[in-house]
Design a protein around this ligand. Sequence first.
Ligand code: ADP
Ligand code: MG
Length: 226
Amino acid sequence: MNVITLASRKGGSGKSTLTAHLAAFAHKLGKRSLILDADPQGSLTLWHSLRRGGEPPLENAARGIDRLIAHAMIDGVEWVFIDTAPTLWVVVQEAIRAATLVVIPARPGFFDLAAVTETVKIARERNKPYAVVINSAPVKRDEKEAPAVAASRAKLEALGIPVWSGQISQRAGYMASLAAGFSAGEVAPDSAAGQEVARLWSAIERSVAAIRGAQADAGVMHSRAA
Ligand SMILES: Nc1ncnc2c1ncn2[C@@H]1O[C@H](COP(=O)(O)OP(=O)(O)O)[C@@H](O)[C@H]1O
Ligand SMILES: [Mg+2]
């Protein structure tokens, strides 16, 4: 089972938005998915209440992650997506501890980057793979990213922080689809927003495969050494 935890100290960076679009995308691909809403604000719970059929399922995790993760494992869930609050309280720490990969959304700009380093510190302390996703970026022109995005990317890379090579742009479609209980990939898979989510999903799948591969290699090395 793979656990993707969306975390960042910064409110409004895009945790809930990306959790919803990614989880709906994985579900649409036929992956057995579960959303954990660990933010007492309950943005995702609201979105989920608008979805007919209620798929993928959502559980309220504001009071803890571990028990729900254990149940999901027993139930044969393949992908768990955890939306967290913009704090460092205990449930967020738990969500990071449970993660296969921590995804840290950040808007381009100085203040978001400051919040990123706090979340990175926690992931590093717990030896958790993590990556920043630049969200709400100005739309690319002629395939070129905006100066603010390039500058943020350069700054993060200088700090040794892995950053997804793509971007999630600022697009009305992200908000409008969620407001109607859908996701970008469901409303219009071929739209620019739908394609960005698809690319982000592929990157996450590749990262998780690499993480699993590295863990397996480490296991082999371990058993050889033993
Ligand atoms: N890529 C995007 N394009 C347009 N609006 C966005 C985008 N990402 C986030 N938003 C909007 O910004 C606000 C904050 O995003 P949200 O996902 O709730 O952040 P967080 O969960 O990190 O606090 C929401 O109103 C959301 O609709
Ligand atoms: Mg949120």
